[in-house]
Design a protein around this ligand. Structure first.
Ligand SMILES: [Zn+2]
Length: 461
C-alpha cells in the first residue's frame, strides 16, 4: 500500500491531545499513524523539521461563486474544506467540479429579495419551497444576506424557522429592513432566532463602531448578544478589509453595506463617490491576476469598475482590528464565545487565518491548540464531519504543513494528495458536502459528494 510520511514536524491536534514532535503516516488517503514512524516503510517522505503540522483548515465562511480562483486561493491558504455562504447549485457545482482543487465544499443558497424570493416579505410557502429545492439540488441550507439585501424582520425569522423545520442549515448576515449590518442588526437577529439553531456570520463585521463610534463597546455588546443564543453557532474573521459589491442601480449602490462603507470613508453613496473612493484607495477593486484574485491599484481598479459597468467587487478597510482580536479570543467558562475562526474569504483576497492566527499565538492571545481548534476541529464539528479537522487514526489525510516564520502553508494535502505547495495549487475538482436530500440528484448528475447531518441543527428540538 502507498504510504506517505510527514516527518519531524510539530504536530498540533487538540482533538486528539497532541501538541509536540511527531511523524504523521498517511495511507490510502487516511491518517494511519501519528507518533514515531519508521521511515523505511514509506514510499514518500515529506520533511517537516521546524514546521508545524496541522489538520487542513476548515473555513466555514467563504465565497466562490463566479470566481473559481477561490478554490486555488483557499488551497494555498491551507484550507481543505469550506462552506460557501452564497452559492447556487446551477453555477457553484459545475465550477466546483472543474476548479475545486481537491477541496470538500458545502454551499448555502442565498435568499435575495426580488432575485431568488419575491420581495422583502416572501410567503412561508415560498420560503419552504425555495429551501427544499435548494437542499434537493445540493445546498446545505439557506443564507439570508440581511446586511446587503434585507428581508423584513418577520420574514427573516420565518426563513430561520423554515430551515429548522426542514432540518437544514441557515446562516444570516445580520440586518433587516429595520436594521443595518451593525450591532443593532445583530441584537435584533438573536431575538429573531428565537430557539432555533442559526449560523450567525462574521460577528466582527457588526462591530465597526457604526452605531456607537466604539468598536470595542460594540464587541462587548456582541458577546452579550451571543450569550442569549447558545443553540446558535458563530464565526468571525481577522482581516481588516471587507468585500462587497460595487454594482450600481441608477447611480446608487445596490448593496446597503456598500453605501455604508462609502459613508464611513466620507464619500457620497453614489457612482461618483465610488469612483473617488477607488482613486483614493478607500475602495479597492478585486481583480483576477495569474489565477488568483488581488486588490487592484487605483487606476487599474477604476478602469475595471467602468469597463464592467460597476459589476465588480470592492474591499474597504472598515473592520476594527481591536474588535476582531477581542471577538476571536473572547472566552466564557472555558469555551470561546465565537465558535470558529473563518475568513469570509475564498475569492475575496483575505484568506489570512494562518498569518493572523499565528500572530495572535505569538502575541499570547491564543495557544496554537486553540487556534487549531477554532480554525479546524470546531468548524469540522459544525459541518458534521467526524473525519476532518483532526489527525486521529482513520481521519481523512487533510494536512497543512506551516512554516512558523512566514505563517504560510508550505504543503497542503487533501485526502493524502498534495493540493498546494511552493509551485501553487492543483488537485482537480472538489467534492460537494450535502444533506442526504440531495443524494438522488447528485447521483444523477454524477457529482462526487459526501452526506452530512450536522447534529447542532437538530439538537435543540
Ligand atoms: Zn460572506
Amino acid at each position: 500500500m502507498q504510504k506517505l510520511i510527514i516527518t519531524g514536524g510539530h504536530v498540533v491536534d487538540p482533538r486528539n491531545g497532541i501538541d509536540g514532535p511527531a511523524d504523521v503516516a498517511i495511507s490510502a488517503g487516511k491518517i494511519s499513524e501519528v507518533g514515531s514512524v519508521a521511515l523505511s516503510r514509506a514510499q514518500r517522505v515529506i520533511e517537516a523539521e521546524g514546521k508545524y503540522v496541522l489538520p487542513g483548515l476548515v473555513d466555514c465562511h467563504v465565497h466562490t461563486a463566479g470566481h473559481p480562483e477561490a478554490y486555488r486561493m483557499l488551497a494555498q491558504a491551507g484550507v481543505t474544506c469550506a462552506l460557501d455562504l452564497a452559492g447556487r447549485p446551477q453555477t457553484t457545482i459545475p465550477e466546483m467540479l472543474v476548479h475545486g482543487c481537491g477541496l470538500t465544499v458545502g454551499f448555502l443558497f442565498p435568499l435575495i429579495p426580488n432575485e431568488t424570493v419575491d420581495g422583502t416579505a416572501p410567503s412561508d410557502d415560498q420560503l419552504r419551497k425555495v429551501t427544499r429545492d435548494a437542499i434537493g439540488a445540493g445546498a446545505l441550507g439557506t443564507k439570508v444576506l440581511g446586511g446587503h439585501y434585507p428581508l423584513t424582520p418577520d420574514a427573516t425569522a420565518r426563513a430561520i424557522r423554515a430551515a429548522h423545520d426542514i432540518g437544514c442549515w441557515c446562516a444570516v448576515h445580520a440586518g433587516t429592513t429595520e436594521t443595518g449590518s451593525d450591532i443593532e442588526g445583530l441584537e435584533e437577529l438573536v431575538t429573531l432566532a428565537e430557539s432555533h439553531p442559526l449560523h450567525i456570520a462574521h460577528i466582527n463585521s457588526y462591530c465597526r463602531g457604526q452605531v456607537t463610534g466604539d468598536p470595542l463597546l460594540e464587541a462587548s455588546r456582541a458577546i452579550r448578544a451571543l450569550g442569549l443564543v447558545p443553540q446558535c453557532r458563530s464565526e468571525s474573521y481577522l482581516a481588516t478589509i471587507n468585500g462587497t459589491s460595487a454594482a450600481m442601480v441608477d447611480g446608487i449602490p445596490k448593496s446597503n453595506a456598500t453605501k455604508t462603507c462609502l459613508r464611513l470613508g466620507g464619500y457620497p453613496g453614489t457612482s461618483q463617490g465610488m469612483e473617488q473612493a477607488i482613486l483614493d484607495s478607500w475602495a479597492q477593486v478585486n481583480v483576477a491576476d495569474n489565477g488568483v484574485i488581488i486588490l487592484a491599484s487605483p487606476q487599474h481598479g477604476l478602469k475595471e469598475f467602468r469597463a464592467r459597468h460597476t459589476h465588480v467587487r470592492v474591499s474597504f478597510p472598515v473592520n476594527s482590528a481591536a474588535a476582531a482580536i477581542g471577538l476571536a479570543t473572547a472566552r466564557k467558562e472555558d469555551a470561546f464565545v465565537v465558535n470558529a475562526l473563518a475568513t469570509d474569504g475564498g475569492s475575496i483576497p483575505r484568506n489570512v487565518t494562518l498569518q493572523k492566527g499565528f500572530a495572535l499565538v505569538r502575541f499570547g492571545a491564543l495557544t496554537m491548540a486553540e487556534l487549531v481548534s477554532k480554525a479546524c476541529s470546531v468548524p469540522a464539528e459544525m459541518l458534521g464531519l467526524d473525519n476532518k479537522g483532526h489527525l486521529g487514526t482513520g481521519a481523512d489525510a487533510d494536512v497543512c504543513v506551516v512554516d512558523p516564520d512566514t505563517a504560510r502553508a508550505d504543503i497542503v494535502l487533501a485526502e493524502g494528495h498534495v493540493i498546494a505547495d511552493h509551485r501553487g495549487a492543483r488537485g482537480g475538482g472538489a467534492r460537494v458536502l450535502a444533506l442526504d436530500y440531495a443524494a438522488p440528484e447528485l447521483e444523477r448528475q454524477r457529482v462526487p459528494y459526501a452526506c452530512v447531518a450536522p447534529s447542532w441543527l437538530t439538537d435543540s428540538d
